[in-house]
Design a binder for this molecule. Structure first.
Ligand SMILES: C[S@@+](CC[C@H](N)C(=O)[O-])C[C@H]1O[C@@H](n2cnc3c(N)ncnc32)[C@H](O)[C@@H]1O
Length: 190
């Protein structure tokens, strides 16, 4: 067993709540690793996957095809601030993996104010018993500010409605990513 990293831990959080026929969202599909993980979790469900970069959409489509799971995934070249237009009923999980597209220019990186706005929207799009996960990177330009914004917006959520945790790898060098996970409490506990 190993915690590995913030991305791996985000997968554990999502696995805890998602059922095979659920609808789930990847807000930043990038090279498609998280989308593939989600597609395998919902063999009878649906994945909505977003990215503003056309290269990311193409890379994700290729990965899904290679693994034979394209049937349950819809890809949108779209800004994650517009999630509400596509997510029309509550979903089980929404994943954000912030930062830039690996292998592409750092100009593709998510922006603090945009990410803050999208995460604020996302927490209201999950069902009770659902999760939003946010992997934050503070090492690149603008990343530290973005991380602060995500911690502020999620840290301010009403504790009667949401549980919010932060997982930080305290003894790793070079700004390891951290995970913020938001769980929406179910009726009897909300
Ligand atoms: C770290 S990568 C995502 C990695 C991906 N989840 C994977 O498994 O390969 C971050 C992605 O966020 C995308 N992005 C940046 N700003 C965005 C926005 N406003 N809306 C949606 N995606 C955005 C970038 O294009 C990039 O592909």
């Amino acid at each position: 067993m190993s915690f590995r990293n913030a991305v791996k831990l985000s997968h554990h959080c999502v696995k805890m709540v998602v059922k095979p026929d659920d609808t789930v969202v990847d807000a930043t599909c990038g090279n498609g690793h998280d989308t593939l993980f989600l597609a395998r979790l919902v063999p009878r469900g649906r994945v909505l996957a977003f990215d503003i970069s056309p290269l990311a959409i193409a890379n994700t489509a290729a990965r899904l095809k290679e693994h034979g799971v394209s049937d349950r995934v819809e890809l949108f070249q779209e800004d994650f601030r517009n999630l509400r237009a596509y997510v029309t009923s509550p979903v089980a999980a929404i994943m954000f993996n912030l930062g830039y597209l690996p292998g592409a220019s750092r100009e593709t990186a998510t922006k603090a104010q945009h990410s803050k706005q999208a995460v604020e929207t996302a927490v209201n799009l999950i069902r009770p018993g659902g999760v939003v996960t946010v992997v934050c990177y503070s090492g690149h330009q603008g990343g530290a500010e973005e991380t602060r914004e995500i911690l502020a917006v999620t840290g301010g959520l009403n504790q009667k409605e949401f549980e919010v945790v932060k997982v930080d790898f305290l003894n790793q060098v070079n700004h390891p990513p951290l995970l913020v996970a938001v769980y929406r409490l179910e009726g009897d506990r909300a």
